[in-house]
Design a protein around this ligand. Structure first.
Ligand code: MG
Length: 274
C-alpha cells in the first residue's frame, strides 16, 4: 500500500467511524492523469467521481437499513391495500402477533407505493401443521411489480413441479438449490430486482432477479421470460416503470404469515452527491 493509498484508507476509516460526509469535501484525492476506464467517463481513481451515499446497515442481519422503506414492521398495515377491481380498499389481511397473515379468499395484498428496481427483504412462515400437497401446501407468493412471482410454498420434503417450488421464479426457473426450513420456522428472501425497460411498445431490456433464500443464492441475475403464470408463457407487455409489490392470496388452508418487510429503491452508480 502506498502512502497515498494509506492516506485515503485512513480517510475512509474515519468516515466509517462516524466522521460524517464532511471528510469527502476536505480529503478528496485522486488522479486525472490516469487512463479512462473502458465504457465509463471516469479516470482510474478519478477525484471528480461522486461519492456513494452513506447508508447505515441494520443492527442485525435482516434488519432494515437507514435508507429502506419499511413496508411492514409488525405494527400496522398502513403501507398496504387490497383491491376491488381497480378500486383500493382497506386490507382484510390480519395483523396477528406482529405478523401479517393472509386472509384466504379476500384477494392479494398490494403496496400503496410503487417500485421498479429494488432490493427487497421479506420473511414468511408456514403453519407448523400445514396440510395439503404440491401447489396446495401453503401457497402464496411475492409478486414484484405485481407481475413476477417468487413462489412461497411449503417445499420441505414436499414435492411439486420444480419451477413451482418455494424460491422458484414461478413457471420459469426452479431455485438453484432448495434451502427451505421446516414449516413453522421463518424463511427469508433477499431479492434484487431489475425492472424491464420499454421504449413505447418495444422491450429494450427484460427483467432480471437475484434471490437469496435463507441466505443461500437461489437465482443469480436470472433473466425473466416475461410475467410469471400458471401453464402459460405470458409475453412482456409495456407497463409503467414502477408498480405495486404484491403478496398472493392462494387460499392457504392454514395460517401463512409474513413479517419484517422492507425495500430499497435502487439507482445506478455515480449518483449526484447529497
Ligand atoms: Mg404462489
Amino acid at each position: 500500500m502506498t502512502s497515498r493509498s494509506l492516506f485515503i484508507f485512513a480517510c475512509a476509516a474515519a468516515a466509517c467511524a462516524g466522521a460524517g460526509a464532511a471528510y469527502i469535501a476536505q480529503q478528496r484525492d485522486g488522479y486525472r492523469d490516469t487512463p479512462i476506464l473502458p465504457g465509463q467517463k471516469w479516470h482510474v481513481h478519478d477525484p471528480d467521481r461522486p461519492y456513494p451515499h452513506e447508508v447505515t446497515p441494520g443492527a442485525t442481519l435482516g434488519a432494515a437499513t437507514s435508507d429502506a422503506i419499511v413496508l411492514f414492521d409488525g405494527s400496522d398495515l398502513s403501507h398496504w391495500e387490497q383491491r376491488h377491481g381497480d378500486k383500493p380498499v382497506a386490507p382484510k389481511w390480519k395483523l396477528i402477533d406482529g405478523c401479517l397473515q393472509v386472509a384466504p379468499g379476500t384477494g392479494d395484498l398490494y403496496t400503496k407505493e410503487k417500485f421498479g428496481d429494488c432490493q427487497l427483504h421479506i420473511e414468511w412462515q408456514e403453519d407448523p401443521h400445514v396440510t395439503g400437497s404440491s401447489q396446495g401446501r401453503g401457497n402464496s407468493g411475492v409478486f414484484l411489480m405485481s407481475r413476477f412471482e417468487i413462489q412461497v410454498l411449503d417445499s420441505y420434503h414436499s414435492a411439486t413441479y420444480a419451477d413451482g417450488q418455494a424460491g422458484a421464479i414461478y413457471g420459469q426457473w426452479p431455485p438453484l438449490v432448495n434451502p427451505i426450513r421446516k414449516p413453522g420456522e421463518w424463511q427469508t428472501y433477499d431479492i434484487v430486482f431489475k425492472a424491464p425497460r420499454f421504449d413505447g411498445n418495444k422491450l429494450l431490456e427484460p427483467a432480471y432477479v437475484t434471490v437469496f433464500f435463507n441466505g443461500v443464492l437461489a437465482h443469480d441475475h436470472q433473466k425473466l421470460n416475461g410475467p410469471t403464470g400458471h401453464r402459460v408463457i405470458p409475453p412482456y407487455e409495456p407497463h409503467p416503470a414502477e408498480d405495486s409489490l404484491s403478496l398472493q392470496d392462494h387460499g392457504p388452508a392454514q395460517p401463512l404469515r409474513f413479517r419484517n418487510i422492507w425495500i430499497r429503491r435502487l439507482a445506478d452508480y455515480d449518483q449526484p452527491e447529497k
